[in-house]
Write a protein that binds this ligand. Structure first.
Ligand SMILES: [Zn+2]
Length: 79
């Protein structure tokens, strides 16, 4: 019985650590290189990284501003 409780506590703890890590990762700002990889279809990124970029852009005004800048820079270079 005790063994089951220990295993359950371990699983719950692991799930909690993963959830917290996901939240913290989502707060990390996106770099220009990451954003460019993301724009290119994210083939060089794994699913976790790609969904992190999507999630972060949804919540971070600062990075949304950078994205505008990076896209504008692209247009300037192509013009
Ligand atoms: Zn950000």
């Amino acid at each position: 019985m005790t063994f089951i409780l220990v295993v359950l506590a371990g699983v719950a703890f692991y799930a909690m650590v993963r959830a917290i890590k996901k939240i913290l990762d989502g707060r990390k700002h996106i770099t220009e290189a990451e954003f460019r990889a993301y724009l290119r279809g994210g083939r060089t990124m794994n699913d976790d990284d790609r969904s992190r970029v999507t999630r972060h852009l949804g919540i971070c005004l600062e990075c949304q501003g950078h994205v505008d800048e990076w896209i504008r820079k692209d247009n300037d270079e192509n013009a």
